[in-house]
Design a protein around this ligand. Structure first.
Ligand code: EPU
Length: 335
């Protein structure tokens, strides 16, 4: 048994028995055929918290890269290998003047992870552009093509995180992008950054998104984190009305059922709840609540352990629960 180091964006010191990268589908099938121990599939482990220093099993990573472009009426279907670094994909399609991915600039992770996690930011989600997802069934080695609908996308969620968790390995994702300019400035801070300038270019949107992310979020190459540690909670309208009496400024967004067009709940920003609980900068060991975006937990010292991060996460969850009676759910997956 080896002792391979597992790169992860938290910058935790983690090893596993095996760390295997596949670059072709036949290679993946051979690996799956021969696997005799627990395993997990990761992209860049940018949304994963390894809870132990050593993972007793195999960590599998996609190294499938490359792009294919197909005309489809006014749109372009772009297929990218699941191992492509997400922001390289965004840079590539922006360079080719294709619209749809620009608001998702600079998100850490891979193309494969975008389809598992339904990554989202600045008024856009991966599901808005995902056309199909190509994957290999772990039990049989068979290839299956999932339509976007079959992936059952929801906020930071898909069938690959629930019903089909650990059942498929994604090999590529096809996105539907547009040659026609379609700036999406629904996220207020983004519109404000353009001072309501009409028709910003693709490059301008990408650069502005990168600038906003850099001003709020820890720089991935400098400070370890897994992006948002918690999801934004959705509470009932009654719960919201009660909270509003105590905290009149609590930000809120109505959550609408897309089918029935009725309001099903109220989303409140976890960042606001954590901030107003006085937890910005709160630390346990080497782990801290980030100062400019408190829903991000960081490896401040560079030497934080997973225990520090777990203890910090529990403290944040308990404090928020006691103060607002809201239970925060981690977005990060504990392995
Ligand atoms: N806020 C505070 N204090 C702060 C920071 C924010 O009170 O120090 C409040 C403000 O009211 C602000 C609100 O939180 O209006 C929302 O903040 P922000 O716009 O930064 O977005 P978010 O809801 O906290 C989500 C995503 C981010 C994504 C941004 C931008 C989740 C869990 N997170 O954060 O995603 O970049 O929107 O669209 O949905 C990630 O998933 O890793 C991630 C960074």
């Amino acid at each position: 048994m080896g002792n391979s180091t597992i790169p992860n964006t938290f910058g935790l010191s983690v090893t596993a028995d095996n760390f295997l990268t596949f670059t072709t589908v036949p290679q993946l099938r051979t690996i799956l055929n021969e696997l005799r121990q627990p395993f997990i599939v990761v992209g860049e482990a940018s949304n994963i918290l390894f809870t132990t220093k050593h993972y007793k099993g195999t960590v599998l990573r996609s190294g499938i890269t490359g792009y294919e472009f197909t005309e489809d009426g006014p749109d372009i279907l772009v297929t990218a290998g699941s191992g492509v670094h997400w922001d390289d994909f965004v840079a590539e399609v922006v360079r080719r003047n294709l619209w749809g991915a620009e608001n998702l600039s600079y998100i850490p992770g891979t193309v494969g992870a975008s389809a598992v996690q339904n990554i989202g930011a600045y008024g856009a989600e991966a599901k808005d552009i995902i056309h199909t997802v190509q994957a290999i069934e772990i039990a049989t080695g068979d290839k299956r093509i999932f339509s976007c609908e079959e992936c059952q996308y929801a906020y930071r969620s898909s069938i690959f995180k629930h019903e089909l968790a650990n059942s498929y390995v994604i090999i590529s994702v096809t996105y539907r992008l547009s040659r026609t300019p379609r700036p999406n400035l629904t996220y207020k801070p983004l519109a404000e950054a353009f001072d309501n300038k009409a028709n910003p270019s693709l490059d301008e949107i990408r650069n502005t998104v990168i600038q906003i992310r850099r001003s709020k979020l820890p720089e991935p190459s400098e400070i370890g984190s897994a992006g948002s540690f918690f999801m934004n909670p959705v509470i009932t309208i009654d719960e919201y009305e009660k909270l509003k009496k105590i905290y009149p400024d609590i930000p809120h967004y109505e959550v609408e059922d897309p089918k029935n067009h009725c309001i099903t709940g109220i989303k409140t920003p976890a960042a606001w709840l954590i901030d107003h609980a006085g937890l910005k900068g709160f630390s346990i060991g080497g782990a801290s609540v980030h100062l400019t975006q408190p829903l991000v937990l960081i490896n401040r010292s560079g030497t934080a352990t997973s225990d520090d991060i777990i203890a910090l996460s529990s403290h944040v969850i308990d404090t928020v629960k006691n103060m607002y009676n809201i239970t925060l759910r981690p977005e990060v997956i504990f392995v």
